[in-house]
Design a protein around this ligand. Structure first.
Ligand SMILES: Nc1nc2c(ncn2[C@@H]2O[C@H](COP(=O)(O)OP(=O)(O)OP(=O)(O)O)[C@@H](O)[C@H]2O)c(=O)[nH]1
Length: 393
């Protein structure tokens, strides 16, 4: 599936940069166009893979290239004011060649948190292609203002996109790691999961030998209907030496040895499907009640079979209670792994979002209290007790 990706703010830009690197490394060709938007000049300069002409600095008149300092209302305002400049960069995208837009942003800061929903609304108004969001939630230790920003942006972003895929930094935080080192690993996890998912829809049917290759329309149908999505992943290394010895045909009616291999292949697939769905999701949630799901099995074709995918799909139907579970394979001959990626779309039982909103409301109340108190304190400091002094003017 070919995407026009727009990275908004620092996190958005860095993740997009990483998607380009992933594309080059794996040859998956999912990023048809890449645009980075930011109000901080230094952040744009730090990007490695996004062409210079596709880096757009917004809000120069207001913040002079220094960022909005986690003020997402200001982030939204400058995005609105400078939308023509962003559109200028998007004009160079051959939109007829893309299947969808993907707007990526960290929701805890200012620029991406405020700007991403504004841009999504704009794109949806202008283009017929679906507009998806990839929103990153801050980890809980980032503090009240980041949580408040994320909670407000989340509400707005979900409303303005065709589907919001969420990644929760909190679920992936490791203690004792530097922020940058931590983000580097986290960003790799993000591009791996979404790279396999979107890459699956990029394989031409009949290109690689696949039994039931995932088509980009299956990804689009799984994401259609809106709401919030999460992605699960599990992989197992397949030893490269043994690959040549294994049967080329893993169908059901092979000979005795091949039948044995086919059974192993099927078991491996079903076990990977369970691990992916029950392990750590990009946004932890209850999978029961997910409206739609898509199972992608990637790896060398000889390790993929229809029976395994069919069983995995059935199991997912039981677990989610959904009637719309799609599944298929993404054959990658040279891979040393068999991986299962599961997109769960329309999830609604997400305790993490409820917690985030609770903390955000507390932070909002605290901020209001502190603001009011400090106004009173300042008044008490500046005014003399008996009100005997007159200001100059
Ligand atoms: N996964 C991931 N999250 C990040 C990364 N950098 C920042 N974040 C998260 O994204 C949030 C927003 O940060 P930024 O993207 O730096 O903010 P911004 O949109 O540039 O906005 P301002 O800096 O306030 O102008 C942070 O609170 C973090 O939770 C990154 O490289 N990867």
């Amino acid at each position: 599936m070919k995407l026009a990706m727009i990275g908004f703010g620092q996190a958005g830009g860095k993740i997009l940069d990483r998607f380009l690197e992933y594309d080059q490394r794996t040859g998956s060709e999912i990023v048809r166009a890449a645009v980075a938007v930011n109000s901080a000049k230094a952040d744009l300069m730090g990007l490695k893979n996004i062409p210079e002409e596709n880096r757009v600095l917004i809000g120069q008149a207001r913040v002079k290239g220094h960022g909005v300092g986690a003020d997402n209302e200001l982030g939204a305002e400058i995005a609105e004011e400078d939308i023509d400049e962003v559109q200028g960069a998007i004009d160079s995208i051959p939109v007829h060649e893309v299947d969808a837009f993907l707007v990526i942003a960290g929701l805890g800061g200012g620029t991406g948190s405020g700007g991403a929903p504004v841009l999504s609304k704009h794109l949806k108004r202008i283009y017929t292609e679906p507009v998806y969001g990839l929103g990153v939630l801050p980890s809980q230790d980032e503090g009240g203002i980041y949580t408040l920003n994320a909670a407000r942006s989340f509400q707005t972003f979900v409303r303005e996109v065709d589907n919001l895929m969420v990644f929760d930094n909190d679920a992936w935080r490791k203690t004792g790691e530097s922020m940058e080192g931590g983000y580097s690993e986290i960003n790799e996890e993000i591009v791996k999961r979404f790279g396999i998912l979107f890459g699956a829809g990029e394989i031409e049917p009949g290109g690689e030998v696949g039994e039931s290759v995932v088509d980009s329309s299956e990804i689009i149908n799984t994401l259609s209907g809106g709401g919030v999505s999460t992605v699960g992943y599990a992989a197992e290394e397949v030893s490269r030496e043994k690959k040549g010895l294994l049967s080329r045909f893993t169908g059901d009616d092979d000979g005795a040895d091949d039948g044995m291999d086919a059974a192993n292949t099927t078991n491996r697939i079903t076990s990977l499907v369970r691990k992916a769905a029950l392990g750590r999701l990009t946004l932890p949630c209850e999978i029961d009640g997910a409206e739609r799901a898509l199972l992608v099995m990637s790896g060398p074709p000889k390790y993929l079979n229809r029976k395994g995918i069919e069983r995995g799909r059935k199991w997912l139907e039981e677990q989610t209670g959904s009637m719309e579970v799609r599944g298929g394979d993404y054959p990658v001959s040279e891979s040393g792994f068999v991986a299962s990626v599961i997109l769960l779309s329309g999830v609604t039982n997400v305790p993490r979002i409820k917690e985030l909103q609770q903390v955000a409301i507390e932070a909002q109340d605290n901020i209001d209290d502190i603001r009011q108190q400090s106004e009173e304190n300042l008044h008490r400091l500046v005014e003399d007790d008996e009100d005997e002094l007159e200001p100059l003017f």
